[in-house]
Design a protein around this ligand. Structure first.
Ligand code: B16
Ligand code: MG
Length: 219
């Protein structure tokens, strides 16, 4: 039986994924790396330093920067990102998410956050959602980021549940891989092709309801 839900943040709860992309796009332009849709999709769910490595690799520049320079570039991306989310408020919540969280609370499901983002506590506050997430996986304590299963395994542990009692919700292929590797049920939000590994797929957050999930799990 499902007893808990583990949420990704960027791209599932709010459209911050768009701002992460814009912030990295600026850095890629500065570095002279061509920005493509596949690079943009590949960065979703990936930690800050791993994202920078991916961008440098796409431009064959992985050996051109010292560790110190890389840390500065990553810090610059975060400054770009924080500027972009400066005016974010509850209007930036994805449709259906507040209702779904209320419904989960009403049915006594356990809830936790498994975001790769070190900014997620600020964002939960800005979106007035902190009360739904007493449990948040700390991404700075992980050995490996998504697509490794560690973050979703840690989420189930925080909830005191077995992986098979948990559903993970993700917008990124790396995240779905992480949920599946943890032995949990995966829900993908987005594109069928990009998220073909998801156990259940919804095209929009509007469709994530307990009734729709129950129906999909019986099939
Ligand atoms: P930060 P998620 C991920 O969050 C984003 O999808 C990814 O684009 C970002 O690089 C990563 O967080 C790290 O974020 O730089 O804020 O620590 O999708 O796992 O909620
Ligand atoms: Mg995401």
């Amino acid at each position: 039986d499902i007893k808990g839900f583990i949420f990704d943040l960027d791209g599932v709860i709010a459209l911050t994924s768009k701002y992460h992309s814009q912030a990295w796009h600026q850095i890629a332009d500065d570095l002279g790396v061509t920005w493509t849709k596949s690079l943009e999709d590949g960065l979703k769910g990936i930690s800050r330093m791993d994202s920078l490595e991916m961008i440098l690799k796409a431009g064959n520049k992985e050996n051109d920067y010292t560790e110190e320079e890389k840390i500065k570039l990553a810090a610059k991306k975060n400054d770009n990102y924080l500027a972009l989310i400066g005016n974010m408020n509850i209007d930036d919540l994805l449709p259906g998410i507040p209702e779904f969280l209320e419904d989960l609370m009403a049915h006594n499901y356990k809830i936790c956050l498994a975001s790769a983002s070190k900014n997620s506590p600020i964002i939960l506050k800005k979106l007035n959602l902190a009360r739904y997430f007493p449990d948040v996986v700390d991404p700075s304590k992980l050995k490996k980021g998504k697509p490794d299963p560690e973050i979703y395994i840690r989420g189930a542990e925080l909830l005191n549940l077995k992986p098979e009692e948990c559903i993970g919700i993700e917008d990124a292929a790396a995240g779905i891989q992480s949920i599946n590797g943890a032995g949990e049920t995966s829900i993908g939000i987005g594109d069928t092709q990009e998220l073909s590994a998801a156990d259940i797929l919804f095209s929009s957050t509007k469709d994530i309801t307990l009734a729709n999930i129950e129906a999909a799990m019986k099939v």
